[in-house]
Design a protein around this ligand. Structure first.
Ligand code: FES
Length: 102
């Protein structure tokens, strides 16, 4: 199980728990604003763009080339950007904070 905290575009902090799936699915299933998940998690829409605080980056595996290419198309990309459909829910991501770009 992992707890993930989403910081919404309105700066609300919402902590959710899950045992499987990915962070986009967790957000969409719980109505987190600003996460669209339009492509269903196949890394082709960037509607699941989040910022990962630097101190949490070590919880994640490196972004794939496909994820990096997709992020480059987003105007709000920066060095903290990730697509949360690519963040698998595992015990390793427990405590992760994701700031929704929206
Ligand atoms: S849901 Fe489409 S890229 Fe993540």
């Amino acid at each position: 199980m992992a707890k993930i905290t989403f910081i919404t575009p309105g700066k609300d902090s919402i902590t959710l728990e899950a045992t499987s799936g990915n962070a986009m699915e967790l957000a969409v299933n719980n109505g987190i604003p600003g996460i669209g998940g339009d492509c269903g998690g196949v890394c082709s829409c960037a509607t699941c763009h989040v910022y990962v605080p630097a101190e949490h980056a070590s919880k994640l595996t490196a972004a794939s080339d496909i994820e990096k290419d997709m992020l480059e198309l987003d105007d709000n990309v920066n060095e903290f950007s990730r697509l949360c459909c690519q963040i698998e829910i595992t015990p390793q991501v427990d405590g992760l904070v994701l700031e929704v770009v929206g």
